[in-house]
Design a protein around this ligand. Structure first.
Ligand code: GAR
Length: 191
């Protein structure tokens, strides 16, 4: 199963996927390309560390979505990679129906909340500010409804009285780093 990972920020989830692959724990999945929409995104460095091709793709002209010339560029580049799975691992950009339709059923997203609670930006902060005692992370298929596609799997993270936003965030990231590679491995065995 050919996997392409898209990311924007630190790239710790992409690193977790690459580490799982290096350890033989990614099933039949193989990461063939990392793509970042920010020239400083962490996944570019992680690609080098793990020997996986990584590239920055200019998403212009929009700041928060993928549309127009940027969308064309992403669609052409990704189509040429013939992926079986496209993983949004901290890709902070709304992708549009045209892109989603071109790779129907092949795009999954990691979200830092127990969807359908707290969709959108800053799922960790939203849950913290709401004062919930149980949160977690979700991997779901991407559909045109932002964070609204069919849920593949979720992991629960409890917020304990002694937690701070920082320790809660750390627990969330640790949970994500296990969940996402596990889901990819499982999907690869089903493919
Ligand atoms: C992760 O917490 C992921 O759930 C979140 O961005 C972070 C990326 O971390 N994604 C979203 O909020 C998507 N709406 P990383 O760059 O270290 O993998």
């Amino acid at each position: 199963m050919r996997v392409v990972i898209l990311g924007s920020g630190g790239g710790s989830n992409a690193a977790a996927i690459l580490a799982a692959a290096a350890a033989g724990n990614l099933g039949r999945a193989q990461v063939v390309q990392l793509i970042a929409d920010q020239p400083t995104a962490g996944i570019l460095a992680h690609g080098e560390t793990f020997g996986v091709p990584a590239q920055y793709l200019d998403p212009a002209p929009f700041k928060t979505k993928l549309e127009g010339a940027g969308e064309d560029c992403y669609m052409e580049t990704i189509a040429a990679l013939a992926p079986d799975l496209i993983v949004l691992a901290g890709f902070m950009r709304v992708i549009k129906p045209r892109f989603i339709a071109a790779f129907a059923g092949k795009i999954i997203n990691l979200h830092p909340s127990l969807l359908p609670s707290f969709p959108g930006l800053d799922g960790i902060g939203q849950a913290w500010r709401r004062g919930v005692k149980v949160s977690g992370c979700t991997v779901h298929y991407v559909t045109p409804e932002v964070d609204g596609g069919p849920i593949i799997d979720q992991v629960v993270v409890r917020i304990e009285p002694q937690d701070t936003l920082v320790t809660f965030g750390e627990k969330m990231h640790a949970a994500e780093h296990k969940l996402l590679p596990t889901v990819i491995a499982r999907l690869s065995r089903q493919a």
